[in-house]
Design a protein around this ligand. Sequence first.
Ligand SMILES: *Cc1c(COP(=O)(O)O)cnc(C)c1O
Length: 471
Amino acid sequence: MKSLKNIPSIDEVINEPRVQDLACLYNRDFILERSREATATLRKDVKNLSLDLSRPQALERIIGMLQDYCAAYQGNLQRVINGTGVILHTNLGRAPLGERALNQAMIIGQNYSNLELDLSTGERGSRYQHVEEVLTKLTGAEAALVVNNNAAAVLLALTTLAQDREVIVSRGQLIEIGGAFRIPDVMRLSGARLVEVGTTNRTYRTDYEAAINDNTALLFSAHTSNYKIMGFVHEVSLSELVDLGRQFHIPTLYDLGSGILVNTKAAGLADETNVQDCVKAGVDIVCFSGDKLLGGPQAGILVGKAKYIEFMKKNQLLRALRVDKLTLAALEGTLLEYRIGKPEDNIPVIRMILSSEEELAQRARRLRRRLIKKLNSESKVTKIKVSPVRDTIGGGTFPTYELPGYGIELSFSGISVEGVAQKLRQGRPPLLVRKQYNQAVISLRTIFDDEFDTIAGLLQQALAGDEGEQK
Ligand SMILES: *Cc1c(COP(=O)(O)O)cnc(C)c1O
């Protein structure tokens, strides 16, 4: 008990030079609170464990704790390592951004910008015009507009083009996207009247024709992003719908959901219509998300005929759905990557989709070697094996599609997979793994090479039951 006397006072702690260094980053109250916490913890340890510490040793311990406590305060929103193999995970923030997007967001965020200033005239400009040209170049559309997310894009289009009038939708496309986005509800919110035609599995051109009347404002089609109906099915194709719209002079709106700009087939994916295809098919307005397969920030992008985009730009509702400058900056960076850069290398989502099996297997072998080196004395790990896995695109896209990849299978003894997964979720940073029977699987497709050492350290800590800091 004599070393209780050797525990330094709070004054002594905060006058220590290394604690003074912390004062550049943390305020006085915060440092005082953490110092009290650290001395209380040490006092308890000295009592409970009968520690015999000299004064300098006690001070050393407290400063170590204090530094750890400060570093642990990183806010609630934190980076996570995604070992699930689900590329677009809505719970994990969907698309990780590429360099160009991040650089642009950093520069625009740190400085003033011409967000709403026309530099040639010195007059007020529009925030919406910054990405319009690159979007029209990339998609072939006449005009473009960006809002907060795709749900907002659908709402804006419906309200602008069909308020108090009728919108015809096939019963096979009355979709619900996770997070309470339901076509019938959005329709109600927009003030448009939903007119359902056809059946769940079969809708024909004649169904639309029969429903068209003087009050019809819009023919609406939604991509059934997150499910597939198989078997006895029929939907009116996009070009048929466009044809119908032209015949009756009614505009068409297509909610594409996940707007991919690359050729999906060339990317080795199922043959899906990309944004350019929709524009080419003659759809008047196409809308899609910025943070799904485009690989950018959360945004809703509308492209199409200038006449309709102009109406939307004038709608008062746009003010409430307004896109932020950081989003615009990151979106412009992402779009520029498509226009002048190499999306297949530099947009993380596209790179992940395109990763070949050989490449993933090779990376898995590398990760395995790191894990073995770090965990070789850990008796709770009974197997570290490279094995084939099935990854998915996620984010409510390509619902039946799986990408063959590689992962690390881990088996344990003396601890359940649930237990390990839970500890890993509480690591710093948290690591998410897939649980498969009684194994944990880390898929290589969704992790970055510079995360290998961190993953090894996190596993080591999870198994040691140590919840301390991980660099
Ligand atoms: C994802 C999706 C939405 C919602 O888009 P957010 O950007 O999440 O608002 C709407 N419609 C379809 C078809 C989708 O796939």
